[in-house]
Design a protein around this ligand. Structure first.
Ligand code: OAD
Length: 257
């Protein structure tokens, strides 16, 4: 299914209104307009920090102070960030009964802050720290100060409760995400380069289960032109805003339905 000359926003809105049970899969691109850098590309985190040195479980255990330098930057930036129009737009689509869940690779908590109620955090959340020895958990704000390596009461190092390379996806999040992918009518993939496994399998699972896959991204990705049925080029906030406008104009979706 392709846009075939139809205006793509209209086509995406028609799919969303017709099938209703849509799920969103989001990546770092949706938070760029909140001032949080993405990972890949010239302005991304991985241009500054080599992920093999800074984002693996092995590197964290070997050199926690070094890795905490990078993590501290993320905690500070995310701590000041507020949801942008794209996060708020997804919450509106949930309230309209169009989107039923958001699966996010992001660890910034901005979907919840925007009002989305069903959020599956595939890579964890920076809001929480976990002890690498006794697994005790703490709110990040209670234990973290810039420049320090936070410690547990047992004396061991605390790690943000996020998935580093070499760690498994939290099993419940993975189960829930795959179930959403298998059963949704439309998967809207927003702001991800779809290069990290297993998150990048979610669009394929949805597609093989019969869902339409709609991509929102200003750039081409590995999904464009194959897994994605429709590519809406542009920033997440602009495209989501236009979809909401279109859905509200059409009388087949009633807010709050
Ligand atoms: P990437 O940095 O790989 O990709 C971000 C995507 O967002 C790119 O395709 C951009 O074109 C797009 N983008 C940029 N600005 C945008 C905007 N305003 N609106 C919409 N899209 C925009 O980030 P992810 O795909 O999320 O994992 O990265 C996946 C994982 O790789 C992360 O969760 C993280 C990272 O390593 C772990 O740390 C385990």
């Amino acid at each position: 299914m392709r846009a075939d000359g139809r205006e793509p926003i209209r086509e995406a809105s028609r799919l969303l209104a017709g099938r209703r049970n849509a799920v969103a899969l989001t990546g770092a691109g949706i938070s760029v307009e909140s001032g949080i850098p993405s990972f890949r590309g010239s302005q991304g985190m991985w241009a500054k920090y080599d992920p093999m040195e800074y984002a693996t479980l092995h590197s964290f255990m070997q050199s926690p102070r070094k890795v905490w330098n990078m993590l501290s930057e993320m905690v500070s930036v995310c701590g000041f960030a507020v949801p942008n129009a794209a996060h708020k737009g997804l919450a509106t689509l949930e309230a309209m009964g169009v989107v039923r869940a958001v699966i996010t690779q992001n660890v910034d908590g901005l979907h919840q802050a925007a009002g989305s109620r069903r959020v599956i955090e595939y890579h964890g959340n920076l809001d929480e720290l976990v002890c690498v020895n006794c697994w005790k958990r703490f709110p990040t704000r209670d234990r973290w100060t810039p420049g320090d390596v936070p410690r547990c009461d047992c004396g061991e190092i605390l790690k943000p409760n996020v998935v580093l390379f070499g760690e498994p996806i939290p099993w419940l999040a993975q189960e829930q995400a795959e179930e959403e992918a298998r059963t949704c009518g439309v998967l809207v993939v927003i702001g991800t380069s779809a290069q990290v496994s297993p998150a990048c399998d979610i669009p394929r699972i949805a597609k093989e289960s019969g869902a339409a896959v709609v991509e929102i991204n200003p750039e081409e990705t590995s999904l464009s032109g194959n897994v994605a049925d429709l590519h809406l080029w542009g920033s997440a906030s602009e495209v989501i805003g236009r979809i909401i406008e279109r859905l509200k104009e059409a009388d087949d979706v009633t807010p709050g339905h």
